[in-house]
Design a protein around this ligand. Structure first.
Ligand code: PEP
Length: 257
């Protein structure tokens, strides 16, 4: 089992005041019930990064500051976009790349995912590469092949030195934000197939699961789904629920190592 990690994707939620408050609440819980093994990160909206980063630093929370997205280019005429250098300057250490909402709603295709991944991992930041099949693909039994193709498209051309900075997040689209969580056996099967593809590509990356992870299902997924951690959306907006997910993974790791 790779070192476990949980990242909270706040998406387009929480203004700066709310973001500070949530970070502080999380800090209280982490002090009361510290985690031994799990790396925990939060990915606030861009406009909250500086304030959340300041709280993390001032209160020594040990949280990894993450971004939800980054532009593939270094700088220039890209109105509304943000560069990796800008994020690094704010203390960002990990970036979510190719989240299904970016792919589906904002036209991020496999080629753009690959270029963005190369930018992030090439700079030595953790690149959390999201992959996952839609419901139609799953119903047709094509989920393993579909995800293997996404992985190949993103990783085949990645420079050797950048590979160590990749984390894969398997997020079946039908489980994201729906309350429908994949069964642990489905997650385990897909993870086996993902690990086989990664081995083929010469990439040794942790594999997370994402999709309606909650305090209630995290322990079973961690145990039977053989995951290295979680990418959490909805539940990461509530400090107690997010901390409980991290706690479940931490306990599972301690019991199994
Ligand atoms: C996500 O969007 O990455 C996600 C996993 O969301 P949720 O936990 O809300 O399903």
């Amino acid at each position: 089992m790779a070192a476990p990690a949980v990242y909270g994707n706040w998406k387009m939620n929480l203004d700066v005041v709310e973001a500070i408050h949530l970070t502080q609440q999380l800090g209280v819980l982490l002090r009361r019930s510290p985690l031994e093994h799990v790396e925990v990160g939060v990915a606030p909206p861009f406009v909250d990064l500086r304030s959340v980063g300041s709280v993390i630093e001032a209160d020594r929370l040990g949280l990894v500051l993450c971004a939800q997205h980054v532009n593939e280019h270094e700088s220039g005429a890209h109105t509304g976009e943000v560069s990796l250098a800008m994020l690094e300057r704010l203390g960002v250490r990990a970036v979510i790349v190719g989240h299904s909402e970016r792919r589906r709603l904002y036209g991020m295709d496999d080629a753009l995912v690959a270029r963005t991944l190369a930018r992030v991992a090439g700079a030595g930041l953790r690149a959390i590469l999201c992959v996952g099949e839609g419901l139609e693909v799953r119903e047709a039994g094509g989920e393993a092949a579909f995800v293997a193709e996404q992985l190949r498209a993103a990783l085949a051309g990645l420079a050797e030195g950048a590979r160590a900075h990749v984390t894969v997040a398997y997020e079946p689209l039908w489980a994201i934000g729906t309350g429908v969580v994949a069964e642990a056996a489905q997650v385990a099967a897909q993870n086996r197939s993902i690990r086989a593809t990664l081995a083929d590509l010469g990439v040794d990356a942790p594999v997370l699961y994402g999709g309606s992870v909650s305090a209630e299902n995290a322990a079973e997924l961690a145990h039977d789904g053989a995951v290295d951690g979680f990418l959490v959306g909805g539940a990461s907006l509530r400090a107690e629920a997010f901390h409980a997910v991290c706690r479940a993974l931490d306990d599972c790791y301690a019991a199994n190592r």
